[in-house]
Design a protein around this ligand. Structure first.
Ligand code: ZN
Length: 482
């Protein structure tokens, strides 16, 4: 049995004006792929002749430049052609990819792969639950599965499941079909975390759906909210053999999510950045983490918005840390000034003029470090002290999700009273050390206040952009894709 594998993966918001370019992608080719930790689970398939193609991935950002996307897709397809005869194809995708003028690149890639391998070779895809799904995607694959946890704790497990289902499909000569039912709800991931209710219970349904007769696997995609696209919405996806059973289970998952929509919440107190700072002052315990959610780079934010930093300085907050502002020009100035020096710079505010201007600040360079290299994507970075506020400045767009990133500057976040981070929900290491977490509903290209973004392409009505409309899953068996 020969299975080819690889993929192109990115999360692109149409509201970020900065295009994602080829240089932003890390591309691993051919024989460099198998040792990658991403695919360690393939060791379980020693009896399968695995053919590594290419895996390209960039951090979340603005739309991918059209020409750059074509370059990657063409190379992928060339490698697939060169792979020769195969029994199956596994595509490691995200679901939230968007290229300029190309609203469904995953669909395009899957369709082109189908054209190469012909109609009879099974294709399996794995997705992030924060992805959007088109008919082109599901019509051309036999297996589709997605993460079941957010924050994501089952990424490797999901990829392994996709490959295991593909191997089983080939071995047992199965003919599974992918059923998909769109749900008119478009929520950011911060409102649909699976670590608290109501989504904890909604996702807990999925293993039960898997066990139903005629069903192979179930997924619930909550979608990617910051893409203005006709396919941006939630989807129930059920893979199986019994059409009536799969459609009924799609309807069951969709109904559960629809019923839960009004109860969806951030899991922490939310308010303006100023309100969060007030609550932090009242809180007895440290550190208080405040998510500056409107410029969350893990959702595709520009990562240089400075309104929260301006507020920290203006309010003369003390024992406060801000992570982080991406500003290569500022890093050049800081490097030239040197550690310990005082420096005056125009900080951030350069990528998305609609959300503010560079902020003139004078501070002392507490620490400077040259680019630590992979696995970090910070570039050179510095800790700048302005009064009682420490600000992390990085050369590249990046996010501080784990303690390892703070370690780069010998920073112990637990020593601070307030730690403001460009994130939405806190990743697990930060959640564990937070005495209190707060969600600041700040403006930005990935604001949680979707009403302010101006959707033109999204299907309507769509909750919560529209609130007063009724919906129920169409009866199983009615005409349609599902
Ligand atoms: Zn995700």
């Amino acid at each position: 049995m020969r299975i080819a594998y690889g993929g192109i993966s990115c999360e692109n918001t149409t509201f970020n004006p900065v295009l994602t370019r080829l240089a932003d992608f890390q591309i691993i080719r051919g024989d460099e792929l198998p040792p990658n930790v991403r695919y360690g689970f393939l060791a379980d398939h020693s009896d399968v002749d695995l053919v590594p193609l290419l895996f390209a991935r960039s951090g979340p950002g603005g739309p991918i430049d059209a020409g750059d996307y074509n370059t990657m897709q063409n190379e992928f397809l060339d490698r697939l052609c060169a792979a020769g005869s195969i029994d199956g194809l596994y595509l490691d995708l995200h679901g939230a990819m968007y290229a300029a003028g190309r609203p469904d690149p995953e669909g395009d890639l899957i369709r082109e792969c189908r054209a190469v391998v012909g109609p009879d070779i099974p294709i399996a895809i794995s997705l992030d639950l924060h992805g959007n799904v088109s008919d082109t995607m599901t019509d051309n694959v036999q297996i589709a599965t997605a993460y079941r946890t957010a924050p994501h704790d089952d990424m490797v497990e999901t990829r392994a499941r996709a490959v295991a289902l593909l191997v089983r499909t080939i071995t047992e000569d199965l003919k599974p079909v992918v059923y998909r039912l769109g749900i008119p709800v478009l929520f950011p991931g911060e409102l649909t975390s699976t670590i608290h209710e109501p989504m904890k219970s909604v996702y807990a349904m999925l293993p039960d759906v898997d066990r139903q007769a005629g069903v192979l696997n179930a997924s619930l995609m909550v979608g990617f909210a910051w893409t203005d696209s006709p396919i941006a919405m939630a989807n129930a996806i059920v893979v199986g053999f019994d059409a009536a059973a799969c459609r009924a289970q799609c309807a069951r998952i969709a109904a559960a999510y629809w019923e839960a929509r009004e109860a969806c919440n951030y899991g922490v107190r939310d308010g303006s950045f100023a309100q969060c700072l007030d609550w932090a002052r009242e809180h007895d315990g440290r550190p208080v983490f405040i998510s500056d959610s409107g410029d969350n780079p893990t959702a595709g934010g520009v990562a240089d918005l400075n309104s929260a930093v301006a507020e920290l300085i203006e309010r003369e907050e003390t024992e406060a840390l801000y992570a982080s502002i991406a500003d290569n020009a500022a890093i050049e100035r800081i490097r030239a000034a040197g550690q310990g020096a005082e420096v005056s710079i125009a900080l951030g505010g350069k990528f998305a003029p609609a959300f503010g201007e560079p902020l003139a600040v004078t501070g002392r360079v507490q620490l400077f470090r040259e680019d630590p290299g992979a696995p970090f994507d910070t570039g050179a970075l510095a800790l700048l002290r302005i009064g009682g506020v420490d600000i992390i400045v990085t050369a590249h767009r990046c996010s501080f999700t784990d303690l390892a990133e703070f370690d780069l500057l010998d920073i112990d976040p637990t020593k601070y009273r307030v730690v403001a981070v460009k994130l939405g929900y806190l990743f697990s290491e930060l959640r564990e050390i937070a005495s209190l977490g707060l969600m600041a509903l700040t403006p930005g290209t990935v604001t949680l206040d979707l009403d302010t973004l101006g959707f033109n392409e999204a299907k309507r009505p769509m909750y919560p952009l529209d609130r007063n409309f009724a919906w129920s899953p169409p009866a199983p068996g009615e005409p349609g894709r599902y």
